[in-house]
Design a protein around this ligand. Structure first.
Ligand code: NDP
Length: 480
């Protein structure tokens, strides 16, 4: 069985302890590879090599670093099919999704930041005659990049690419639940001869390996994407050290559908925004709020179409939903479906485990599930489930819809369906979330600020925001 290696100081190496963690294929429920159980020695070696590599990497011209990023991007492009298959096996997502979204996006993240760093500029202020201020932006040092399992290479590269482009060196840890494509990325870095120590990838558990990385005094900033509880733990460690951190955390996103929406488009996109990647995208809408005038019509059509969504082998092109990423997450989702019923909810469709025949019979599959009849304050509507489970409820007025959307401690994304431009703008202004989609969902432009409000995080990624995060601004005032 394949053993994944750490990538430290330009080399693929075994963990010091010689210990490995089981890596599961969620579609079969079987172990198919082993992940290094890295300890403090591995982490400290990775950080030292990143520290050593920093001065030379930071001193390169932007155009030289851009060339390295382009090479990584080309490496991903060349291996797109293989990486997509690996991502699908590791995560359980449909191969078609990994091929169309995850891997192309990882490739584009490197390509985008290779270009962005060439256009990144800083401000200057002509204060008065004889006096000029300008902002000098310098790379910071060793960046710790920690990412989750839902979009493994996509989110891993979303951090690493701007960190490297800006001139930092990186120690990164993918989720131990989905480490494979991060490992394959390290193979690409070896193949292209990326200078030793510029990027280091250490595998292992979050609570041990991840914690060692972020607790080290030698790292200079932290970029984290994951759950809100983990984010709070990381903030407690990093904040007293006054290091920069960016936290992209959980969500419980509303999907508001007004009477005057384009009905067909709202149905079609809501199927995706609810169940893409088995509902395991932080931007998925999990609370569907429908205006009373079309509530019954929408509910009937939505439930009808959800019940026809095929769940099964991620390798099968017909599967709209694949497997849930891990057994513990699978059980957590099922427990929320139980909770919803205890709280008085009615399951309109779904709610059960799916057991395909053949190779996937022991995999972790759940039917796409729609639940009605719950009030806004119950746990099912307040807590992040992060699976193929949505609730649906009616509202009467725009004010009520906005109040319902905001009555949650998260504030990552919201979707609004209306053909009234004024209403759309008012909703965008009043809904407290970092991203608002009007009549669409998951249309990403990599230049836009990405991140959440409230318990959904601190800071923004994307475009200049990421390059600002990964550089330290210094004001230089010149009297002449
Ligand atoms: P976790 O918070 O459990 O883990 C995220 C990452 O942090 C993993 O690599 C994990 O490692 C690591 N980690 C865990 N504990 C520590 C620690 N003490 N120190 C350092 N690293 C640690 O989240 P999930 O992986 O379960 O991801 C799902 C969550 O991510 C959801 O809440 C989702 O909403 C959120 N998310 C947010 C996004 C956003 O942009 N706002 C985008 C995507 C997801 P390991 O897995 O090996 O334990």
């Amino acid at each position: 069985m394949q053993k994944i290696a750490n990538y430290i100081n330009g080399k693929l190496v075994e963990p010091h302890s010689g210990k490995y963690i089981d890596n599961y294929n969620p579609a079969t429920g079987q172990v198919y590879a082993f992940i290094p159980d890295s300890n403090s020695q591995d982490v400290s070696q990775a950080i030292s090599s990143a520290k050593k590599a920093f001065p030379r990497w930071a001193a390169l011209q932007n155009s030289e670093r851009a060339k390295w990023l382009e090479k990584i991007s080309e490496g991903i492009h060349t291996k797109l099919e293989m990486l997509a298959k690996a991502e699908s096996i590791d995560n359980g997502k449909p191969l078609s999704l990994a091929k169309a979204v995850d891997i192309p996006r990882a490739r584009d993240n490197f390509k985008f930041y290779a270009s962005a760093i060439m256009h990144f500029a800083s401000e200057s202020h002509h204060t008065q005659e004889g006096m000029l201020n300008f902002t000098l932006r310098k790379p910071i040092g060793v960046a710790a990049c920690i990412s989750p399992w839902n979009l493994p290479l996509y989110l891993f590269s979303w951090k690493i690419a701007p960190a490297l482009a800006a001139g930092n060196t990186v120690v990164a840890k993918p989720s131990e639940i989905t480490p494979m494509t991060a490992y394959l990325l390290s193979e690409i870095c070896v193949e292209i001869g990326l200078p030793a120590g510029v990027l280091n990838i250490v595998h292992g558990l979050g609570a041990t390996t991840g914690n060692e990385i972020i607790s080290s005094h030698e790292i200079d900033l932290v970029s984290f994407t994951g759950g809100t509880a983990t984010g709070a733990h990381i903030a407690k460690i990093i904040a007293p050290k006054f290091k920069k951190m960016s936290l992209e955390l959980g969500g419980k996103n509303p999907n508001i559908i007004f009477n005057d929406c384009d009905f067909e488009a709202a149905i079609k996109t809501s199927l995706n925004s609810s169940f893409a990647n088995q509902g395991q995208i932080c931007l998925c809408g999990s609370r569907i709020l429908v205006q009373r005038g079309i509530y019954e019509k929408f509910k009937t059509e939505f439930v009808n179409q959800v019940s026809q969504m095929k769940v099964g082998d991620p390798m099968n092109d017909q599967s709209r939903l694949g497997a849930i990423v891990s057994q513990s997450h699978f059980q957590k989702i099922l427990s929320y479906i139980d909770l919803a019923q205890q709280e008085g909810g009615t399951i309109l469709t779904g709610g059960k485990r799916v057991q395909p025949t053949g190779e996937c019979k022991d995999g972790w599959f759940i039917e796409p599930t729609v639940i009605e009849g719950l009030d806004q304050q119950c746990r099912t509507n307040q807590e992040e489930i992060f699976g193929p489970v949505v609730t649906i409820q009616p509202f009467d007025t725009e004010e009520e819809a906005v109040a319902l959307a905001n009555s949650n401690e998260y504030g990552l994304a919201a979707t609004v369906w209306t053909t009234d431009l004024n209403k759309a703008h008012r909703c965008a202004e009043h809904i407290k979330s970092g991203i608002i989609w009007i009549n669409c969902w998951l249309q990403r432009d990599l230049r836009t600020p990405f991140g959440g409000m409230k318990n959904s995080g601190v800071g923004r990624e994307g475009g200049w925001e990421a390059l600002r995060f990964f550089t330290e601004p210094k004001n230089v005032c010149i009297k002449y």
